[in-house]
Write a protein that binds this ligand. Structure first.
Ligand SMILES: Cc1cc2nc3c(=O)[nH]c(=O)nc-3n(C[C@H](O)[C@H](O)[C@H](O)COP(=O)(O)OP(=O)(O)OC[C@H]3O[C@@H](n4cnc5c(N)ncnc54)[C@H](O)[C@@H]3O)c2cc1C
Ligand code: FES
Ligand code: FES
Length: 1525
């Protein structure tokens, strides 16, 4: 019998317990609330009763409880105190005093422990002999904790983030760090407490405030990123309870979200900021004149203020008083650190498996002895480099030595000369040390200059990888890896750091870091040596200055393109002239990205020595720097010209920065001993010292304005001729079933708690008999298959079968529209990644090993076509050729314009825009289960269950009625799972069918990106004319899209581009032709916008060209050429309810564009190297599938006897909120609360023959179909209701009565877009006007965006300062979901046009294998991150717009806002134009292709630095950065 005494559980509160069992108790989260424990029945270990009378279960220690427990509170009579304070961070129990530090210790006399102790969400777990290659993520997921997701497996997305806590003996408190579980070895978790998203809250036991707020504030759409984001934020709050908004924003650098655009996530976290962070005296959502109130009251619009919701965020405050008052986080509710972990010392550990032996020695002697005994051993600290090598390059690592428990490798100490950093010290610990001035240098004024080196270390580390990586990765690991683009190595070189190497045989030796690098990834370290310490020397004088620089594609968590650290020591020299001068005594310049290793620019250093500190010296040094750092045109990594511009740019920036610092010192010098004057930096050039990396990032703010509930206003003729029935007034008054309410996403709570299941989570823990599939894929772009030999694969232990085309019992010919692909390649392969077969095995690892063991012999074929231009040259086109023509003959019009030189301008040119990877956070996954009679149940992450069903049946050779495809939710789709997922599912379904065992396949991120296709890259060739009056005359444009190896959806994509090539402008004469180029790439496919954005961005580039030729400003030129109401588009559709001019006017007015333009001009005049730009862009996006037959949808509605409703419909939920909106529609129809309506899953046996969830159409189709079914039921119920009192009758009573009266309470609803509102007949002959071909779109969703950006012209870095989006979404069914779609689409579109660049192996990228995709993971491919959110992001839903042709007068919203990010693209171009015009005197148009990467931006700023970086004979003005189009 055990007893508890004492009182509350929580911070600083003690719990005392006596138990005969040494095991720990585990208490569910709610028990941790400050709640005096009354009794604990420890005999049965089941209950704790607190003063609130709540009973909490306590599972026995070590038991596995999915997703709930988290706290170990008492044990063994130990007194335990919880602590929430922490500091510093490193994985593993370092910092503890080792029990044994004897020298002379050898491997043999160490007592190796083989048990691992860890706590997972409070559950004590002891593992015997873990397989050391197991990652923490694999372990957690196998344990059923599937809230922790696998998004990339390479530390780049953050979906796997967990909190790892260990005891810091030095600080005597727990240390909590966020960690990427996908890279963290399970073996490294000894004596750690791991907290996953399930550990901080659950729906049943109570959600954590952070989880609640993310859900309430619409921060979770598809939800796949959500648990990782919550755990990253949770760890930040745990460590910094008083975190400020700025701190929060700066530190969310390790997580990606593809859906939300990040703003709501930041808002959610901001509602939890402590009062200190929000400012003293905040009313916390009460009343009064608190700044938190003023923040959002300001922008309330003038008209109709009463029914407008304004939800605004300002720095540190989120404001929507009605719904989101600031919420206090209660620290006493947080999980407590397990006391047992605070008591133990680390023991030597050894784990052995077939492939790896893993040691954790606790003494240096043992480490060195092991290294001597195993020269092949890798010392692995954070595993952020080795983990990647083993996973992606299959580098064998037979022996691992973990140095984290060796005290000598954990030192971080200040010496006379500098700072010693131990060989296992984490970057986060170093960052903290440097940032907090723990060396205490700044406290002593005379020594403050010594801190400059550490400041540079701190500044560089801020942009090194992510928090999660820095928490575990070491400086030694960075040094030893010797990556040419390492960020820290140039700093070490520049500062003159040394490395101390230790070995058992020879003791220690010290090597300067400068001479440590011996070649590409080769260092001066012998096999038996380890890095013991790295010593960072202090600057020697107060006139020594240091500047770190880094340029990457994206600011956050990106590897460098070029990285540098520059240091000079100046001396004041008296001269003949009275004032004296500054002379360079020493320079230390380290560079990365300019050679196969980190290099010192030695010639430049020598050149500078003894020279005056003057701009002329720097100019001359730039030339020497170019000689120092030559870069061949074909350098691996590419971007040679851009990379050549960066060192001189950095040098100039450093010159200005140093001079300004020196200026302050000179100004502060006493009059008695004056210092020489410094070079004069003109006011306009001072901003060159700044960089987006070093200056504080302004906290973001947001504003969302929308009309409040508009129940019953939506009118549509449905069924045709019958007026829509408004909800009963009484129900509306109760606020029930209110279409128009911003209700929370139906799955939000399940997503924030990690309870939401995705396809990859389904069989977890795996059911017996489950097989895993791995694809055997072509490594050649175009080849004949000579032989395929699976003998070696079948010999791999655990491999069950290899399946190829020979085993296909059904059809092997597949394809989305035409069957021009093969499920498994037969004779030839047409792209890298073509599926040749599938290996199924008992484990995932065996399947992978088996797939790699299959030997494929190829005979390579020619020509390999890798881009659009090669395709055109080789006449490699698909049989698709559509032309749209309208108005008078375009050639005649253009000729007339060309002849009328006074009255018109004619322009001719090209526009290119790159593809885009979907980067849904959840990769393609399928789980197929065979059943009787040839049946198959296929769970797939797909937007297209019906096609999945059809093709799985077809390939397996079974009738379609035997196959059911089920889809619960997707972790994002964006079009990428409309067709390409289907063919992955076929392989798993076939394997299940043939083996009669369940088979799952889940693609690795790199495989998914390589083989499933992307958004189509486009090339346009155009000729266009406009009159001098500023009116458009004619456009002749040819659009080529890169279709990849098969047609897939490239035809409809080309069609949509043709339909949108007018954007919002009336071209009196237009001809647009669309062609699809066949290349040897993966088949490119649907992606949000489906060709529309490509068509529109081409138009806007042409508008820009024409405006430039006319010498007019593009904004008024665009406005002048808008369509007017009732005008017809080039395809003949009449524009009704035309709201673009209104949205445009509102965006310009609310965005105060006129005033801001004046401000921008003033800013640009005052800043030579920083320029701002602004651009407004409109959009209209046609809603309907362009294939007429697809505009249909079905739904099945069941009403149960308790009055609840189950809806099934043909659409799939991928985060866009479709199920939520459909529930609102059903709830509204029946007058119920949304909670009374449920959608379980999408399944082909519930609703058959569905269309893919695509084209933004799903609410229109399935909302209407659901409404139809509801109305059928309502009609049947009407007589019963009338008998029971009419409107007043209680719903459940009506339902029950109907049941007993044998009335059918189920109905199948169906909807088609009316015949005359969709479909376009391209082939129709004899038409006189395009309107006779049909009307492709039911209606248009319309809008406008205005973006303002700032560009650093010296580096090409850019930032969106403000974006205003005004969108016509009709009467929104759920404004918050619509706002979420707008923000998410805008940020995704921004990625497409800026940071996201696909690089394929082609003539321009010869270092990549032809036809191979280089950018196939978050490491190389950069979607926008938290730091890319517009600083000020405002979204307004246009008021009073009616759309009588869609459900409840709403409009589709998924795709239309995507294109509006083009406003940021053209704003960047505007800023570059300002630089060219104002600083270089270059006027006129210049082509600017997408994406506007930092390279393209910098190289468009054709100044002398850019000119000097060109190959001989190439003019900077005509230069175009290479791209994959
Ligand atoms: C998502 C992600 C982002 C990244 N971003 C950046 C970035 O922005 N900038 C950048 O420069 N790098 C980046 N990296 C690379 C990597 O994080 C760094 O190189 C890191 O410093 C490696 O440290 P580690 O402790 O994890 O090394 P490990 O993987 O543990 O080891 C790496 C190598 O160092 C050796 N080693 C480690 N410690 C010792 C020692 N004491 N003695 C001898 N050899 C040793 C190992 O044997 C191994 O060869 C990134 C990596 C990832 C996964
Ligand atoms: S799955 Fe670990 S960071 Fe992506
Ligand atoms: S909600 Fe973030 S990726 Fe979908």
């Amino acid at each position: 019998m055990a007893r508890t005494s004492g009182s509350d559980i929580g911070v600083g509160l003690w719990i005392t317990a006596v138990t005969s069992n040494p095991d720990f108790l585990v208490i569910t989260p709610v028990t941790v609330r400050a709640c005096p424990v009354r009794s604990v029945a420890l005999t049965d270990r089941e209950r704790v009763v607190c003063k609130y009378g709540t009973i909490f279960t306590m599972p026995a220690a070590g038991s596995v409880m999915n997703g709930t427990p988290m706290v170990s509170a008492v044990g063994n009579g130990t007194h335990v105190q919880s602590s929430l304070e922490t500091n510093g961070s490193t994985l593993g129990p370092q910092g503890k005093k080792s029990p044994s530090t004897r020298s002379g210790e050898t491997v043999d006399n160490v007592a190796w422990k083989t048990d691992l102790l860890l706590y997972v969400n409070g559950l004590r777990t002891v593992l015997h002999q873990v397989a050391p290659e197991t990652t923490l993520l694999q372990y957690l997921r196998l344990r059923g904790l599937t809230g922790t997701k696998l998004g990339c497996g390479e530390g780049g997305c953050g979906a796997c983030t967990v909190m790892v806590s260990s005891w810091d003996t030095a600080l005597q408190r727990p240390r909590h760090v966020s960690v990427n579980a996908c890279l963290a070895p399970l073996a490294a978790m000894d004596h750690c407490a791991v907290t996953t998203v399930e550990g901080i809250g659950s729906i049943r036991a109570g959600v954590h405030p952070l989880q609640r707020r993310v859900a309430e504030l619409h921060g979770s759409q598809c939800g796949f990123c959500t648990p990782g984001i919550i755990m990253a934020m949770y760890t930040l709050f745990r460590n910094h309870p008083e975190a400020s908004a700025g701190f929060l924003e700066e530190n969310m650098d390790g997580n990606l979200c593809r859906c939300t655009g990040y703003r709501p996530l930041l808002d959610a976290a901001k509602t939890l900021l402590g009062p200190g962070a929000r400012g003293a005296g905040c009313c916390r959502g009460g009343k009064g004149s608190c700044p938190c109130q003023e923040a959002s009251d300001k922008p309330v619009p003038t008209e109709g203020a009463a029914d407008i919701h304004v939800h605004a965020t300002t720095e540190g405050r989120v404001k929507d008083l009605a719904r989101y008052p600031p919420l206090e986080r209660d620290p006493s509710t947080e999980p407590i650190f397990p006391p047992e972990l605070a008591l133990a010392h680390p023991q030597p550990l050894r784990f052995v498996s077939k492939h790896m032996t893993w040691y954790r020695p606790t003494t240096l002697a043992a480490l060195l002895s092991l290294k001597a005994a195993h020269p092949e051993a890798r010392v692995v600290a954070g595993n952020t480099e080795v983990g990647i090598e083993t996973k992606f390059k299959q580098v064998p690592v037979p022996v691992v030595l973990a140095p984290v428990a060796v005290p000598e490798l954990n030192v971080l100490r200040v010496t006379e000369a500098g700072v010693d950093v131990g060989g296992a010290v984490s970057l986060a610990r170093l960052e903290h040390f440097a940032g907090q001035d723990q060396a205490g240098l700044k406290q002593r004024e005379e020594e403050a200059f010594k801190a400059r080196g550490l400041e540079a270390v701190h500044a560089q580390l801020r942009w090194f990888a992510s928090n999660q990586i820095r928490n575990v990765a070491s400086l030694a690991g960075n040094l030893a890896t010797a990556s040419p683009i390492s960020d820290m190595n140039p700093v070490l070189v520049s500062l003159g750091a040394t490395v101390t190497l230790a070995s058992q045989a020879r003791g220690e030796r010290v090597v300067p870091v400068r001479s440590f690098f011996r070649g590409y990834r080769k260092v001066d370290m012998l096999e038996d040596e380890v890095i013991k310490t790295i010593t960072l020397p202090f600057p020697a004088s107060r006139f020594e200055f240091v500047g770190p620089y880094k340029q990457a594609r994206r600011r956050e968590d990106d590897i460098s393109i070029v990285t540098a650290c520059l240091r000079v020591r100046l001396v004041p020299v008296a001269s003949q002239s009275a004032e004296g001068r500054w002379v360079i005594e020493e320079a230390g310049f380290g560079f990365g990205g300019m050679a196969p290793t980190t290099v010192a620019a030695q010639k430049t250093e020598a050149f500078l020595r003894g020279k005056d500190w003057a701009v002329s010296t720097i100019r001359a040094a730039s030339q020497v720097l170019r000689e120092d750092l030559p870069l061949p045109a074909t350098v691996p990594g590419g971007q040679a010209e851009y990379r050549r511009t960066l060192p001189p740019s950095f040098l100039f920036k450093f010159f200005v920065k140093t001079t300004l610092e020196l200026e302050s010192l000179v100004a502060a010098a006493p009059l008695s001993s004056p210092l020489p004057p410094v070079p004069v930096i003109p006011a306009a050039e001072r901003s060159a010292a700044r960089s987006f990396l070093t200056e504080p990032k302004p906290a973001t703010r947001g504003e969302q304005r929308f009309t409040s509930v508009r129940v019953g206003e939506g009118l549509q003729d449905y069924p045709p001729g019958a007026p829509h029935t408004p909800a009963p007034a009484e129900e509306i008054a109760k606020g029930r079933g209110a279409v128009g309410k911003p209700v929370m996403h139906k799955s939000a709570l399940a997503q924030v708690t990690g309870e939401a299941k995705y396809t990859d989570d389904l069989p977890m823990p795996p059911p017996p008999g489950l097989l895993h599939g791995a694809l055997v894929m072509s490594t050649k772009a175009y080849a004949r298959l000579v032989s395929v030999d699976a003998t070696a694969a079948l010999a791999v232990e655990g491999v069950v079968r290899f399946i190829s085309y020979k085993d296909v019992p059904g059809g092997n010919k597949i394809g989305a529209v035409v069957k021009d692909e093969e499920c498994f390649a037969t004779q030839e392969v047409h792209h890298v990644g073509a599926v040749i077969g599938i290996v199924v095995a008992e484990t995932e690892a065996a399947a992978g090993e088996g797939a790699r063991a299959v030997k494929v012999e190829y005979e390579e074929l020619l020509p390999v076509i890798t881009n659009i231009e090669e395709g055109i040259r080789h006449n490699s086109f698909f049989a698709f050729d559509h032309t749209l023509e309208s108005g008078p003959n375009v050639e005649a019009m253009l000729a007339a314009a060309a002849g009328n030189k006074e009255g018109a301008v004619v322009v001719e040119g090209e526009m290119r825009v790159g593809g885009q990877e979907h980067f849904y956070l959840e990769t393609n996954a399928t789980y197929a289960i065979p059943g009787e009679d040839g049946a198959l149940e296929v769970w797939a992450s797909t937007q297209n269950p019906s096609k999945t069903q059809n093709f799985c049946a077809y390939v397996c050779g079974v009738p379609t009625n035997r196959v059911v495809c089920r889809m619960k939710r997707m972790g994002g789709g964006f079009g990428g799972k409309e067709t390409r997922s289907v063919f992955i599912s076929c392989t798993a379904a076939l394997a299940a069918h043939l083996t009669q065992r369940p088979v799952r396949i889940s693609l690795d991120r790199d495989v998914d990106m390589h083989i499933t296709g992307q958004r189509h890259a486009f090339l346009a060739r155009y000729k266009a004319a406009a009159g001098m009056d500023g009116k458009l005359l004619a456009l002749n444009v040819e659009l080529f899209n890169n279709g990849g190896f098969s047609l897939d959806l490239s035809g409809p994509v080309a069609d949509r581009a043709l339909f949108h090539v007018d954007n919002c402008y009336r071209w009196p004469s237009l001809r647009a032709r669309g062609r699809i180029v066949r290349t040897h790439q993966a088949s490119h496919t649907a992606f949000r916008g489906f060709g529309g954005p490509q068509g529109m961005v081409i138009t806007e580039a042409i508008m820009d060209h024409l405006a430039s030729a006319l010498g007019t400003d593009p904004q008024s030129f665009r406005e002048k050429n808008f369509y007017q109401e009732k005008e017809r588009t080039h395809f003949g559709q009449e524009l009704v309810r035309w709201h673009v001019p209104r949205a445009w006017e509102e965006a310009l007015r609310e965005g105060q564009v006129a005033a801001r333009r004046a401000e921008i001009e003033a800013f640009n005049a005052a800043h030579r190297y920083r320029k701002r730009g602004l651009c407004a862009i409109p959009t209209k996006f046609g809603i309907s599938f362009t294939a007429k037959f697809m505009n249909q949808g079905g739904a099945l509605v069941h009403v149960y006897q308790d009055g609840t409703v189950l809806v099934s419909h043909g659409g799939t939920e991928m985060g866009q909120g479709l199920h939520t909106k459909v529930c609102q529609i059903a709830a509204r129809a029946f007058g119920l609360e949304e909670e009374q309506v449920h959608i379980a899953e999408t399944a082909t046996d519930r609703v058959a023959n569905s269309q893919p969830t695509a084209a933004s159409m799903s609410t229109d189709l399935y909302g209407m179909a659901t409404l139809d079914a509801c109305q059928q039921i309502l009609r049947r119920l009407a007589p019963v209701r009338a008998r029971l009192g009419g409107e007043k009758a209680e719903w459940t009573a009506v339902v029950q009565a109907a049941y007993f009266e044998r009335i059918d309470l189920s109905a199948h609803g169906f909807y088609i877009v009316p015949d005359d509102m969709c479909g376009y007949d391209w082939e129709k002959k004899g038409v006189t006007h395009n309107s006779e071909r049909g009307q492709p779109f039911n209606y248009f969703t319309q809008g406008t965006a205005v973006s303002e950006v700032e560009v650093d012209c010296l580096t090409g870095d850019a930032r969106v300062l403000r974006a205003d989006v005004v969108m016509d979404v009709g009467a929104s069914i759920n404004p918050s979901i619509d706002v979420g779609q707008i923000e998410g689409a805008f940020v995704q579109g921004f990625g497409w046009l800026t940071t996201e660049e696909l690089i394929w192996g082609d003539a321009d990228h010869p270092w990549v294998k032809p036809g191979s995709l280089l950018t196939r993971g978050p490491g190389a491919y950069k979607i926008p991150a938290f730091n890319d959110v517009p600083i000020d992001f405002r979204v307004t839903l246009l008021k009073d717009t009616k759309n009588p042709v869609a459900v409840h007068s709403s409009k589709a919203i998924g795709e239309p806002p995507f294109f509006l990010a083009a406003s940021a693209f053209f704003a960047i171009k505007d800023a570059v134009s300002a630089y060219r015009t104002q600083e270089l005197g270059i006027d006129g148009f210049f082509p600017f292709y997408g994406p506007a990467s930092t390279e393209r931006i910098r190289m468009a700023c054709v100044d002398d630095l850019a000119a000097a970086s060109m190959e001989e004979g190439i003019e900077a003005a005509g230069f175009q950065a290479k791209g994959s189009w």
